[in-house]
Design a protein around this ligand. Structure first.
Ligand SMILES: Cc1ncc(COP(=O)(O)O)c(C=O)c1O
Length: 358
């Protein structure tokens, strides 16, 4: 099935995806915790159906377009976990009136704009910066948090849902202990806020969840809600962080081999930055843009030996190999590349992907 490929194609292994869902679902204490997976990683209705099999009905997305796409296809409880854009309001009224919609704010001006224009019920999460310093209000800025929570409570259309944080800095951790430290530090900050505001807002929750934390922490029952997304596919970055086994990675980019350089033991593939992104890893001092795998019988296998993407340009990938692997690959073959960051690869390849093991 991978023969005579004209251009790169993303392969998604459905069996592995389902196993990844099953494993994550089994870690969550459903008696007290909501699992609201992030759908930005796969953006696929077929994979959405897999989640439904495990009782998932609430989802997270990262854009208005994604929210409309999933709402149009039957998902009716959606959190847009990206700082609210005030230009969204008209579209929300047009397309998302019938669903249970939550949005995320971190700015008083934005809240005032929502209050001015909102004509439907909207749940509001306040984004808290627990240390990634990308977005969010500092957890000890109670003056601003008091102002914002008061204004939410004074509007009939808005409901204050709680505090939401994303610890993206777990991606820079060297080991499980560092991930745990970030997790428990974030937990302490959000629990303190919940305790402070629970008297005025009885139903507020604390929402958290990046894939490294959700994969590496033993039982997921500390926060009220978890939103990991990448775990559906995993990738080389997660593998090196220890979040998954290599066999759990559920995506590979199938790439045609177009040229070989015997003297350098390098192979040129059609598969570059526009397919994989420019994200790289340094493993033992060597920069890598993806791990090569052999494609066989509707699956893939990691070879023994050297076979990694050493550089990328827009459409080209340069595969570094040892002699043995070099000799096993011919021009016209199709090889697989396990991406460094599957969210970016899946997004770039969203119009060109195949689901294996359906
Ligand atoms: C706000 C928010 N929540 C959840 C996630 C999911 O995290 P991960 O990609 O590590 O699964 C992301 C990812 O960027 C995010 O930005």
């Amino acid at each position: 099935m991978f023969e005579k490929l004209l251009s790169p194609l993303l392969l998604v292994d459905k069996v592995k995806c389902e196993a990844n869902i099953k494993k994550m679902v089994s870690k969550i204490d459903h008696t007290k915790t909501i699992f609201k997976p992030h759908f930005k990683t796969h953006q696929s209705l077929a994979i959405g159906e897999l989640f439904k099999k495990y009782g998932i009905s609430k989802i997270t997305v990262s854009s208005l377009e994604m929210a409309i796409f999933f709402a149009d296809n039957g998902w009716d409880d959606i959190t847009i976990a990206f700082p609210f854009n005030i230009n969204w309001l008209d579209e929300i009224e047009k397309h998302l009136k019938k669903i249970n919609l939550n949005v995320v704010i971190e700015d008083e001006f934005v809240l005032k704009e929502i209050i001015k224009k909102a004509r439907q019920n909207i749940g509001i999460f306040i984004k808290i910066d627990t240390g990634s310093h990308r977005t969010g209000i500092e957890p000890d800025n109670l003056i601003l948090l008091d102002k914002i929570t008061r204004q939410i409570s004074q509007n009939n259309f808005l409901a204050f849902k709680g505090f939401l944080a994303h610890a993206g800095h777990t991606y820079n951790c060297k080991d499980k202990i560092e991930v745990e430290n970030i997790y428990y530090d974030s937990l302490a900050k959000l629990e303190k806020l919940k305790k402070h505001y629970i008297y005025d807002f009885k139903n507020i929750i604390i929402s958290y969840g990046d894939t490294p934390s959700c994969s590496l922490i033993k039982g997921l029952n500390h926060f009220d809600e978890y939103r990991p997304g990448n775990f559906i596919f995993y990738d080389m970055m997660q593998y090196y962080l220890g979040s998954c086994a290599f066999e759990e990675i559920a995506v590979a980019l199938a790439c045609p081999v177009v040229a070989k350089h015997e003297n350098r033991k390098e192979i040129i593939i059609h598969g570059g930055a526009i397919h994989l992104s420019k994200e790289f890893l340094e493993v033992d001092g060597i920069k890598t843009f993806g791990q090569m795998v052999f494609l066989k019988d509707g699956s893939w296998q990691k070879p023994d030996g050297i076979a990694y993407l050493k550089s990328l340009s827009q459409e080209h990938g340069v595969l570094k190999t040892d002699t043995c692997i070099f000799n096993q690959i011919a021009i016209g073959d199709t090889i697989g590349i396990i991406p460094v960051h599957s969210c970016l690869t899946a997004y770039q390849m969203r119009y060109n992907y195949t689901i294996l093991n359906e």
